[in-house]
Design a protein around this ligand. Structure first.
Ligand code: ZN
Ligand code: ZN
Length: 330
């Protein structure tokens, strides 16, 4: 009886060891997917709304300028990229994402939609913002608030109150989007810190909002001014939108990073330097307070007791910038 029991125990132990060995082997066989940087613009118009060029001309501009991805976001019109992707997409090189600028008194981009999303028009700005965000989510798409300071559409308090919104434009290349604020209204950076300080987790993107491809001028909305660099496992719409949702990207108007590490309570980055430029790294916290300003590269900041979050801005000596997403105290 006892002999049988020992044999059974031994057998169980052997099986467990075999199971452990199998688990270890399969863990070795599935390494963590390697991540790559993909450059893209999430806001651009074509002649399907108020842009001056056809969807294929617009897509070609970005592909020829070495962007990896682009969302065509026409006003209240879904420019379906499927046909364009069939001849312009190239594995790991270029991809058009599905997009639309849902346009009422507030403009909200939707990414990953399947058909035109009609805007909802409500009596107040806040209701319009919240209902359209929820409406976009209900269609399985990702909402992003566009140019909050264009016509001073959305105040920082409205932005801090809205739910289910994770993205907003901290930079928009259109010349009348009042990035710096003015007349007592906050800059887009100050709005972001207001929202983060109120406990909301929101990521900032930089976009072109390009309309004009035929004429180039500072007072026209031309392409090539603002973009994001996404750290994702592959160039697919799902992998990009998942990485964006997690904040695994930075926004840029010309500063490039070699590496970016957002750990728990810790943010570090390394700038890809150009000989002609000098760089300042500013780590910002609640209320837009500068927690650390440094000229070191790489640069790092660790949250100290009581600081709810830190984000970084890198500025080059010609005013070009990069914005990282915030890291929070857990
Ligand atoms: Zn707009
Ligand atoms: Zn637009």
């Amino acid at each position: 009886m006892q002999r049988t029991g020992s044999a059974a125990l031994l057998r169980v132990a052997t099986l467990s060891l075999a199971a452990l060995a199998w688990t270890a082997a399969s863990a070795l066989q599935t390494p963590t997917a390697e991540l790559h940087w993909y450059k893209g613009n999430l806001h651009t118009h074509t002649i399907n709304s108020d842009g001056d060029s056809s969807p294929d001309a617009v897509a070609r501009w970005y592909k020829e300028h070495r962007y990896h991805f682009l969302a065509l976001t026409d006003h209240n019109y879904f420019t379906d990229p499927q046909g364009l992707n069939s001849f312009l997409a190239a594995k790991e090189k270029f991809l058009l994402l599905r997009g639309e600028e849902v346009t009422a008194s507030v403009h909200i981009n939707a990414f990953g939609l399947s058909k035109t999303i009609e805007p909802l028009r409500l009596p107040t700005i806040f209701e319009t913002l919240q209902q359209n965000v929820d409406h976009i989510r209900a269609q399985g798409a990702m909402p992003s608030l566009n140019h909050p300071n264009f016509h001073w559409a959305v105040s920082q308090d409205e932005l801090a109150r809205v739910n289910n919104l994770k993205l907003f434009e901290v930079y928009n290349g259109h010349p009348t989007t009042n990035e710096q604020g003015g007349g007592g209204s906050p800059s887009l950076d100050a709005m972001w810190d207001h929202v983060l300080g109120a406990g909301k987790r929101m990521w900032g993107i930089a976009v072109d909002d390009a309309h004009s491809f035929k004429q180039l001028s500072p007072d026209l909305s031309n392409p090539g001014r603002g973009w994001i660099q996404v750290h994702a496992r592959e160039l697919s719409e799902k992998a990009l939108l998942d990485a964006i949702d997690k904040g695994d990207f930075y926004a840029s108007t010309g500063v490039e990073l070699v590496s970016l590490d957002r750990g728990a309570g810790r943010l570090s980055l390394e700038i890809k330097t150009r000989e002609t430029e000098k760089y300042t790294v500013r780590f910002l916290g609640k209320g837009g307070k500068t927690l650390l300003e440094t000229f070191e590269n790489p640069a790092e900041y660790r949250l100290k007791g009581g600081e709810p979050y830190v984000r970084a801005q890198v500025i080059d000596s010609n005013g070009r910038k990069a914005w990282t997403q915030p890291v929070f105290a857990e």
